[in-house]
Design a protein around this ligand. Structure first.
Ligand SMILES: Cc1cc2nc3c(=O)[nH]c(=O)nc-3n(C[C@H](O)[C@H](O)[C@H](O)COP(=O)(O)OP(=O)(O)OC[C@H]3O[C@@H](n4cnc5c(N)ncnc54)[C@H](O)[C@@H]3O)c2cc1C
Length: 603
């Protein structure tokens, strides 16, 4: 079973990604250049990632008191990914990039996520560098971002703290000016940072020459107080090892210390760290305090971070999706080979006949179709959204603005739908394997453990739900939701006759979502409206995926087995999944208080 035909179908037959060639930025590209990138990534993923997925799970990172030790396979994969040019795929030619559309970049990265999500494909490093390209000074770009794009340095995102996860306004890391002339350092206004950052992925390792931490911290006011809320948060570059203006290491270790590694349920190929900034373990330039350089203006740290959020969340959604896909392929293979049971005929079962393979049982087919509909539906949505990112960056003004608004509304779904439902897909993959699925002798339990992270990081499920119902569907007069509704209506109006029922069902779902949105906000009372935000997110997500499947199904013509399979997955989603939204939306529309009002001591 290969992912490539699915990617090719979605990119070319459905999204017509070659049409991007008409944009000046992508004028040198063609189907051939896109194919070459996909071929390379597919090959590296097959050779350097897939064979080691279990290795990185079993040999989790360990700290020998000085260094974090990772398996050799992780070093080899890191090197191969860097050398492929994927870290700077979307960047300009003049800085060594490929000016690749984000749609193709996202599709190419899917191969790595499926082969071994936790060895990592450099998402944090390229996200970190992309942020610096958008908000850094020229020298910050040269010294830090370009060295990250080449793979010489790697990057982290240091937002969370032990006491501040979902609520970033409560970060307590302090940044104070670093002595006389702090403002005129060539690398940016220089500060000393002190605080603890929790859960930092890739926070310590020996994969790269240096680690560039992007750190959220607060600059105290004149009275030494931290400004409450997000307005007080600024963003800093804190390199593990200090560098000069040429990007060369100065030989000084910065005051950033590994306090410990977190031992995770899954995703074990990536180190996860508690980092202490500025506690004096590595005094530098005469004292304690981690040296950091301000990025952008004081107080605009979160704004800079959120600039990269759409791509980051599409990346997380894609990772969750590919884990779902990996479990689907593994369980499909198992179901085709496992003999068990006999069909029940009119006279019962005939024990003298050989057993059938479990794929012949309707219930196994149900679980396979569920996995296919979640994973391929989520993949199509992620690529559709990636195409919107390209539209936002290279389209005509009106189309670009529409893409921006659509992304605002769709991004919580791109992240949360696969986090929840491709995790459910992994559970079904275990189920298809029966007892064998519950052992470590088969890969599916690892997929589930790896995938369990995705509802937690990059905004928990609950936070995504509140973002959707509390902000995204309301913003700019509800324009994003209206644009999305118009796209769904456009799909419904162009379906071929055999999809007319599904088109009606989609329009009905859309009407239900619209009505529930209004009912939730009837009294403009946030606590009531948002009490059932997660069921709203689930219903919204299912409606979006139903629309995506209906649209995809229109391109899935003919009798080739892959096309029959796509149409079957689309029908499955409409018949077995979409009807669930009525139950989810009932509590939203009623502003059901069951959860919100249950007293704590009743538990
Ligand atoms: C493996 C891993 C890797 C990570 N990598 C990074 C990284 O590289 N950089 C980084 O900065 N962070 C990283 N994180 C941190 C991650 O983003 C946080 O774990 C996440 O934001 C949740 O914060 P928390 O763990 O403190 O949970 P909390 O914020 O305490 O949330 C606990 C629960 O309460 C719910 N909750 C919280 N507030 C509300 C509310 N207002 N209303 C309703 N429900 C609420 C949440 O939805 C959640 O279910 C990582 C985490 C993990 C586990």
């Amino acid at each position: 079973m290969s992912l490539r035909p699915t990617i090719d179908f979605l990119l070319h037959d459905w999204l017509q990604v070659e049409s991007l060639q008409s944009r000046e930025r992508f004028a040198d590209h063609s189907r051939e250049t896109f194919d070459a990138v996909l071929d390379t990534c597919e090959r590296i993923a097959r050779e350097k990632y897939a064979p080691f997925n279990r290795t990185v799970d079993l040999e989790e990172p360990r700290f020998d008191g000085e260094k974090v030790i990772l398996p050799q396979a992780t070093h080899d994969a890191y090197k191969a990914y860097g050398e492929s040019g994927m870290l700077s795929a979307a960047q300009d030619y003049e800085i060594g990039g490929m000016q690749l559309p984000y749609t193709v970049e996202a599709a190419a990265n899917a191969f790595f996520a499926m082969a071994s999500v936790s060895i990592g494909s450099g998402m944090l490093t390229s996200g970190n560098a992309n942020l610096l390209m958008a908000h850094g000074t020229e020298l910050q770009k040269q010294v830090f971002a370009l060295n990250e794009f080449s793979g010489r340095f790697s990057g982290t995102m240091c937002l969370s703290e032990p006491q501040a996860g979902s609520s970033l306004s409560d970060v307590m890391t302090r940044a104070t000016p670093d002595g006389e002339g702090f403002e005129s350092d060539a690398l940016g206004p220089r500060y000393r940072l002190r605080g603890n950052k929790m859960w930092i992925s890739s926070g310590e390792h020996e994969l790269s020459e240096n680690i560039i931490h992007l750190v959220l911290a607060k600059i105290p006011d004149a009275n030494g107080q931290l400004v409450p809320g997000v307005k007080g948060i600024s963003l800093f570059i804190v390199p593990k090892k200090l560098v000069d203006t040429q990007g060369q290491l100065t030989g000084e270790r910065n005051d950033v210390a590994l306090a410990g590694l977190n031992h995770k349920c899954g995703w074990r190929g990536t180190t996860n760290t508690l980092l202490n900034f500025g506690e004096g373990k590595y005094p530098v330039r005469g004292g304690a305090g981690a040296v950091g350089y301000l990025v952008g203006r004081p107080g605009e740290g979160l704004k800079c971070m959120f600039h990269m959020m759409n791509e980051a969340r599409i990346g997380v959604g894609m990772a969750a999706t590919m884990l779902g896909m990996a479990g689907y392929y593994a369980s499909l293979d198992y179901a085709k080979n496992r003999p068990q049971g006999r069909p029940t005929g009119a006279g019962g079962k005939d024990a003298s006949r050989p057993q059938v393979r479990i794929i012949e049982h309707a219930d196994i087919k149900r679980m396979l179709l569920a996995q296919k509909s979640y994973s391929e539906g989520a993949l199509a949505l992620a690529l559709y959204s990636a195409r919107l990112v390209d539209e936002q960056h290279t389209g005509q003004a009106k189309a670009a603005d529409e893409a921006r608004l659509l992304l605002e509304v769709l991004t919580p779904i791109v992240k949360s739908f696969p986090s929840e439902w491709c995790l459910e897909a992994n559970s079904l993959a275990i189920q298809i394997h029966g007892g064998y699925g519950y052992t470590r002798d088969f890969p599916v339990e690892q997929y589930w453990r790896d995938n369990r992270l995705n509802m937690i990081h990059e905004g928990t499920h609950g936070i995504q739900a509140m973002d959707l119902l509390g902000r995204k569907v309301l913003m700019e007069g509800g324009q994003g939701l209206k644009l999305l509704a118009a796209r769904m209506q456009a799909t419904a109006s162009r379906v071929s006759p055999e999809w007319a029922d599904e088109a009606r069902q989609l329009l009905d779902a859309l009407q239900q979502v619209g009505a529930a949105t209004q009912a939730a906000w009837k009294d403009a009372e946030p606590a009531q409206a948002l009490a059932n935000a997660v069921p709203y997110l689930q219903a919204f997500g299912h409606t979006v995926i139903a629309w995506i499947w209906l649209d995809v199904a229109q391109s899935a013509q003919g009798d080739a087995p892959a096309q029959v399979g796509r149409r079957a997955a689309a029908r499955y989603f409409f018949r077995y999944e979409l009807p669930k939204i009525s139950a989810w939306l009932q509590v939203v529309s009623r502003r059901d208080p069951t959860c919100a009002e249950v007293p704590e001591d009743a538990f």
